[in-house]
Design a protein around this ligand. Structure first.
Ligand code: NAD
Length: 354
């Protein structure tokens, strides 16, 4: 199991260091992991004049999975777009064909109070949102701005999905559901959109290959409402790029804590890039303040989805739960009556809890 480790910028190095401690601890228990680090983002621009140097891309290509910290920083904001740190993620997604974005939104019992919704609505919530990442209206052609004959300006984009694009994300959705509670909700807008009509047909066809999974369909406007009304009804949700962009942010915020949420972007063979959903947090970088749990939980996702090591993944997740139950909190999730710890202490506590 070969892992390319790309810490990146800001808090990236601090949080990745904690995830590595956890993986190394599992390594001592017999998990065979080979890890190699490379610079990415602003750090790579500083070192090599390119946010995604050829050597880093080569390492990522040759690895079975990529563990990614975060990229970005104010000192890079004036660079031309192609040199900006954030281009590294877009480049990796494109070069590696990472088309399925997996975002769990899980509420840990100890953090129920951090949600903006009432405790009884979110307690026990555990949703996985799968968002298609490389198609849809964000990439569809033609697109542009033009001037109409009457002199008015018009902007236009094209929503389009091919059958094969829908089929592969549907398979990813069903595979993910098979690892969980075997419930898949496909979200579309097929009462209005032709693209969604095809989406629903193809997802329904793919469902025949997964008889154990209960498939349902929901319109996106209803899904946005149901996520707030009764999020616990969902197990896995699968949807297109734009709907998923919006719904995954909505769902993640129900948990109330950006420092807790992992993510994965997978290709057709379950090779993946794993990263916390938050950015490089330059405001707290280098201060031992960052919450490393999103990154540690990203490492757990990596074990589950790229390496089929469900047991090792569950061990990490249980260790995180235990540390929270003991009352340890980084500053972002700290409440009166809990014990405030730094980034490194939190990492050590998870290792101890393993
Ligand atoms: P951000 O997610 O970095 O930070 C938003 C707020 O959340 C900040 O107050 C930060 O301190 C806090 N925060 C984030 N992660 C935390 C953690 N683990 N523990 C505790 N607090 C945490 O978003 P931003 O400030 O909008 O962006 C900062 C930089 O990150 C920008 O350059 C942006 O482009 C980049 N960015 C990168 C990624 C990525 O690498 N995938 C994603 C989003 C933003």
């Amino acid at each position: 199991m070969k892992i390319a480790v790309l810490p990146g910028d800001g808090i990236g190095t601090e949080i990745i260091a904690q995830a590595l401690k956890v993986l190394e601890a599992l390594g001592k228990d017999g998990l065979k992991l080979e890890m190699e680090q490379a610079p990415v983002g602003g750090a790579a621009y500083d070192a090599a004049g390119d946010p995604l140097p050829a050597a880093t891309l080569k390492l990522a290509r040759e690895a079975d999975a990529i563990l990614f910290g975060a990229v970005g920083g104010w000192q890079y904001d004036q660079l031309p777009r192609a040199k900006r740190p954030e281009q590294a993620i877009l480049g990796l997604r494109k070069e590696l064909g990472l088309f399925a974005n997996l975002r769990p939104a899980k509420v840990f019992p100890e953090l129920v109070e951090a949600s903006t919704l009432r405790a009884e609505v979110v307690a026990g919530m555990d949703i996985l949102i799968l968002r298609e990442l490389t198609g849809d209206i964000y990439f569809g052609q033609p697109r542009g701005l033009r001037r109409l004959e009457n002199g008015e300006r018009e902007g236009f984009d094209t929503m389009r999905y091919s059958e094969s694009e829908i089929r592969r994300i549907a398979h990813a959705g069903f595979r993910a559901a098979m690892k969980r509670a075997k419930k898949l909700c496909s979200v579309d807008k097929c009462n209005v959109l032709e693209t969604s009509q095809l989406w629903r047909e193809v997802v329904t066809e793919v469902a025949r290959e997964y008889p154990e999974v209960a498939l349902s369909h929901m319109y996106v406007d209803n899904a946005a409402m149901q996520l707030l009304r009764d999020p616990k009804q969902f197990d896995v949700m699968v949807t297109g790029n734009m709907f998923g962009d919006i719904l995954s942010d909505e769902a993640s915020m129900l948990t109330g804590s950006i420092g807790m949420l992992p993510s994965a972007s997978l290709d057709a063979n379950s090779k993946g890039l794993y990263e916390p959903i938050h950015g490089s947090a330059p405001d707290i970088a280098g201060k031992n303040l960052a919450n490393p749990l999103a990154t540690i939980l990203s490492a757990a996702m990596m074990l589950r989805y790229s390496f089929n090591q469900d047991q090792a993944a569950a061990r990490i997740e249980a260790a995180v739960s235990r540390v929270l139950a003991r009352g340890l909190r980084t500053a972002d999730i700290h409440r009166p009556g809990t014990q405030k710890v730094g980034t490194a202490q939190m990492g050590d506590a998870v290792v101890a809890a393993l």
